[in-house]
Write a protein that binds this ligand. Structure first.
Ligand code: ADP
Length: 485
């Protein structure tokens, strides 16, 4: 490994400002999904260590919430700057642990950093209100106060950004946190702990625990001290957390699964739509919760779109993400490969044609060829299950009302895309699509300054933007009476 791009991560967890092992001594391995080599091993923590992390966060909260917002902002900004200073090292670590191409990994480091810098600023603007009073002897104030200790549970597909999007907002609001990174990407989580420490964040404000998801999750959910949990992951786990939150009446933010429709209207710019389709479908090898999962193409341009899309898909190079030529890295594990395989086979059995999807030379068990399916139908699994892989099914449609109905016919509601120029239709569709995010004439939309989140089974709460910090604040109404002379 080239030393200049190496970022050393302590192979221990970070609790109360100290790097610690599990009490049992148990560990688990982080695997490079491209080569299946072991990168490192990290502690396998359980409930006992999680309780210690919660206690540390609780103690740290007393001081952290009392600090001036400007001081919290300064430390958060420093945390963000350090991400920039270590960008190459962080990007290489991300590619090795998660598999995404290096160019995308660099993009994720920037994106992750943007949340720390953004919330450093937003923390300075967590304004309350003074309400015109209905009484002569009283004044009415509204304060926004930190909710307390937060549990932040994150997935492996954006192992930096999903943490900073939560942690930046939590810290800026005056909360402290126990972060649980996904078991596939513990090193990225611990890398952020190292930077938090280097930035000078006080001990206990940020704790990172790796290990048994169920035990750690249960400890966080059962704790009265943890007042909020923010989770990004599967709808199944999200529903479990909702149930577990009842006993302590915990505040939740949930960003769950998606099944994004991608609609190309009759008057769309076809080349732009193909470019957007590529960006939406194949980023991170199709492993994002906002990846287009089904493509509805107006019948008048279906053939041209399919031909151009197939050519673009055929030009994608699959390989190790560290190779500068690679567009599509490995999938995270064999289960992910099997799911893509199952979706393609089911579609073929039900009459889909393969428009693009050449078998690659044997790269390893985790690689799957980007595949374009023509003549898909609603009965195919891929049309209602989230694929989380590089497979794109195309369908024809005729009427606007019909396509809006088809697009909304899913329990999910995270992101939807469409291409078209007619201003009336653009507005009608943007309003009709039952999703938290609608991207018009663009295959990418994520930004730290825009609200990210879904409706229906895709969860609730919003991250990023001005509203992101509000999720970590309680509103308190203070009536100041007895002040009339
Ligand atoms: P994915 O399919 O993306 O792996 P998961 O919902 O399984 O989705 O995982 C997302 C995050 O939730 C990971 O950090 C994982 O370890 C964690 N997780 C999984 N099961 C539980 C659970 N029962 N309680 C708390 N966290 C969990």
């Amino acid at each position: 490994m080239d030393k200049s791009v190496e970022f050393t991560v302590p192979e221990r967890c970070y609790i109360d400002g100290a790097w610690v092992d599990s009490t049992s001594g148990d560990r688990f391995e982080s695997i490079d999904p491209a080569t299946e080599e072991t990168l490192a091993s990290v502690p396998k923590l359980g409930a006992a260590e999680t309780h210690r992390a919660i206690e540390a966060a609780e103690k740290a909260f007393v001081d952290w919430r009392a600090r001036p917002a400007t001081e919290r902002a300064r430390l958060l900004r420093r945390f963000g700057e350090l991400m920039g200073e270590h960008k190459e090292g962080l990007a290489h670590l991300l590619t090795r642990e998660q598999g995404k191409p290096l160019s995308e990994a660099r993009g994720e480091v920037d994106y992750a950093q943007s949340f720390l810098l953004w919330f450093a600023e937003e923390g300075l603007r967590l304004y309350g209100d003074v309400i015109p009073s209905h009484r002569k002897d009283a004044r009415l104030l509204v304060l926004k106060q930190p909710v307390g200790v937060c549990g932040l549970i994150t997935p492996w597909n954006f192992p930096y950004a999903m943490i900073t999007r939560k942690l930046g907002a939590a810290l800026a609001a005056g909360c402290t946190a126990v972060v649980k990174p996904a078991e596939q990407t513990p090193l990225c989580g611990l890398a952020l702990a190292r930077l938090a420490e280097e930035a000078g964040l006080p001990r206990g404000t940020v704790n990172v625990v790796t290990g048994e998801a169920k035990a750690i999750g249960k400890a966080l959910m059962e704790s009265e001290s943890v007042r909020k949990v923010s989770f990004t992951g599967s709808t199944e786990t999200g529903k479990l957390l909702i149930a577990q939150s009842a006993a302590t009446v915990k505040k939740l933010s949930l960003e769950l699964g998606g099944h994004a429709p991608f609609i190309v209207c009759a008057d769309a710019d076809i080349d732009a739509a193909v470019e957007g389709a590529m960006a939406s479908k194949f980023r991170n090898s199709g492993q994002t919760c906002v990846c287009a999962n089904r493509f509805y193409i107006h019948e008048s341009l279906y053939d041209v779109f399919a031909e151009k899309f197939a050519a673009a898909v055929a030009s994608l190079k699959v390989g190790n993400g560290l190779d500068a030529e690679t567009h599509i890295g490995p999938l995270i594990d064999t289960a992910a490969v099997e799911k893509s395989q199952r979706h393609v086979e089911d579609a073929r059995n039900k009459g889909a044609t393969i428009l693009s999807g050449k078998e690659h030379a044997s790269l390893g068990r985790h690689f799957f060829p980007p595949t374009l399916l023509g003549d898909a139908t609603d009965s195919m699994q891929i049309m209602y299950e989230e694929t989380f892989g590089p497979v794109a099914p195309l369908l024809r449609f005729r009427e606007e009302e019909e396509v809006a109905k088809l697009a909304n016919d899913t329990p999910y509601g995270l992101a939807a895309y469409f291409y078209g120029r007619d201003i009336g239709r653009v507005l009608r569709l943007a309003e009709a699509l039952d999703y938290g995010i609608v991207s018009v004439n663009s295959g990418v939309f994520s930004s730290e300054r825009a609200p990210f989140g879904g409706v229906k089974h895709s969860g609730y709460g919003r991250e990023g933007a001005r509203v992101g910090i509000e999720e970590y604040a309680n509103i308190k109404y203070v009536l100041l009476g007895g002040i009339a002379t």
